[in-house]
Write a protein that binds this ligand. Structure first.
Ligand code: ZN
Length: 400
């Protein structure tokens, strides 16, 4: 976007103003422009946010959340980054703390607010004035009238979830020791995936499938189905164990979110699912997962981890209500399929095909349906929570 250009021009031309004016509908406020330790122009957050009738909150992880016009902008204190609408974006200079006061980059009022909130604010560069526009529905009544109708479950319309039924085509997934003859993991994940699609649609949520037939989609491509206009990515799988003493006794379900594997068992499951890469190009899967470190850093910054962990928790809890096997909990591991999704992403292992009870449960239509319904309910709960937390969708439904 335009980040930095105006600012660079202002600095080069020496036209950086000593103060800016916030021209609100109820009066004008003047604020001094200061330079931070690195020489970048900043404004004291307190008076700025008061003038914009916004709110600010510092959380323990060093993010400052600034809500203007009910839109949350999140600044990473000390780093030239901010987050808006689930996207992490660069800044010329960082938000900073000095003597317990928060300072925000000048760029926030000169570029970011006029860019994202252009229907409400205009930046007059010559006069260094941020002007609030008249005739907007800023009254409570106006807002209520402008808010789109909610679905019966309380969600705003427009959410989209990508469902990824694991494996497919020449990659059968695990062979399904206790599945009916000829049934492999890939069929079960597709059956549950299609049922989940129906359940989500019934709840007013749009669905994108990585596959609807018995076909192979490359692991690295699956996450690409969930980028801009997608809220969540849900990959479905069935677990299995290698033949060893007592291996058929292990059963149950677990939900993963992307992170470095914490335990040996989590690493084993990740390795097994990542192994599907060999069906695509003959690549060594351990090589392909090598890029994880880089992606993880990105994910940690943009908070997908926290969101993914929350979604995983709700899905796992939902499955606990319907599954006859043991709840093996929420876990983290490095799944390649999750690394390319640009939204919160989870992977559910719905049970063990190497256990007779799980094998029957996973291939019974009624239990497939109840698993799908519980996952759909968990997704609704997650999205409701997300809407409440951000308050963004409630304004215009602009968040997708
Ligand atoms: Zn699998």
């Amino acid at each position: 976007m335009i980040a930095g250009l105006l600012l660079a021009a202002a600095l080069a031309g020496g036209v950086l103003p000593r103060e800016v004016t916030i021209a609100g509908l109820r009066g004008e406020v003047r604020l001094a422009v200061r330079l931070d330790g690195a020489g970048f122009p900043v404004l004291a957050a307190g008076p700025l946010i008061a003038a914009l009738e916004g709110q600010v909150r510092l959380d323990s992880t060093a993010w400052a959340e600034v809500v203007i016009s009910r839109q949350p902008f999140r600044f990473l204190v000390g780093a030239p980054l901010y987050q808006f609408s689930n996207q992490l974006l660069p800044l010329a200079g960082a938000a900073s703390l000095a003597r317990d006061s928060l300072f925000l980059p000048y760029q926030f009022i000169a570029e970011i607010i006029p860019y994202y909130l252009g229907d409400r604010y205009r930046w007059d560069a010559r006069g260094a004035r941020l002007v609030e526009l008249r005739g907007r529905t800023t009254t409570l009544a106006g807002r209520a009238a402008a808010e789109p109708a909610r679905l019966p479950n309380g969600l705003l319309p427009g959410h989209i979830v990508t469902i990824d039924p694991g494996h497919g085509g020449v990659d059968p997934g695990n062979p399904g020791v206790f599945f009916p003859r000829g049934t492999h993991e890939k069929q079960v994940t597709l059956q549950v995936g299609l049922l989940l699609r129906d359940e989500l649609k019934r709840r007013g949520i749009g669905v994108r499938m990585t596959r609807t037939t018995d076909t192979l989609i490359a692991l690295g491509d699956r996450g690409g189905y969930c980028t801009e206009a997608c809220d969540l990515f849900v990959s479905l799988h069935v677990n299995s164990l290698a033949r060893r003493k007592g291996y058929t006794e292990i059963r149950g379900f677990e939900t993963f979110f992307l992170a470095e594997a914490k335990t040996e068992d989590a690493a084993r499951v990740a390795q097994m699912e990542n192994d599907a890469v060999r069906f695509e190009t003959g690549q060594d899967p351990s090589q392909t997962v090598g890029g994880l470190d880089f992606i993880l850093k990105d994910l940690q910054l943009n908070e997908h981890l926290r969101e993914s962990a929350r979604l995983a928790e709700l899905v796992q809890r939902g499955l606990e209500g319907v599954h006859t096997g043991e709840s093996r909990g929420v876990k983290q591991a490095g799944f390649m399929v999750l690394t390319t999704a640009r939204r919160p992403a989870i992977l559910a292992e719905l049970g063990y095909s190497t256990n007779p009870q799980d094998g029957r449960f996973l291939t019974t239509r009624s239990s497939q349906k109840s698993m799908a319904a519980s996952i759909a309910d968990a997704i609704v709960e997650y999205l409701l929570e997300y809407e409440r937390k951000t308050g963004t969708a409630a304004d215009s439904g602009s968040r997708r």
